[in-house]
Design a protein. Structure first.
Length: 104
């Protein structure tokens, strides 16, 4: 991790179509899910194309990006981030982490 590294937070909706590159407890196939992607990146600007590529590695297609922010220290004890420390740590060590929610 360099001095210019930031943890980007991307929210999106996408359809999980299976065939992920990464092994993880994935959501229901062929269903639309709301997701949060933590992406370790160089610079504090949104890297939409890189985020979409990373989403595809988790098995998501038809990705519609919603929002972007950079994780700030003060956010760590605020909802929903205080419950996502494992994902934050995973993204810092592996480069990314994904949280998905079933869309009602």
């Amino acid at each position: 991790m360099s001095d210019n590294s930031f943890l980007g937070i991307y929210t999106f909706e996408g359809v999980f179509e299976g065939k992920p590159v990464y092994e993880y407890a994935h959501p229901q196939e062929h269903a639309l899910h709301k997701c949060m992607l933590f992406l370790l990146q160089e610079g504090a600007e949104a890297l939409w194309d890189s985020a979409i590529i990373e989403c595809s590695k988790f098995g998501f297609e038809e990705v519609a990006m919603d929002a972007f922010s950079i994780l700030q220290t003060e956010m760590l004890e605020q909802a929903p981030f205080k419950d996502l420390h494992a994902h934050i740590e995973e993204s810092l060590s592996l480069g990314s982490s994904l949280v998905y929610y079933a869309k009602p």
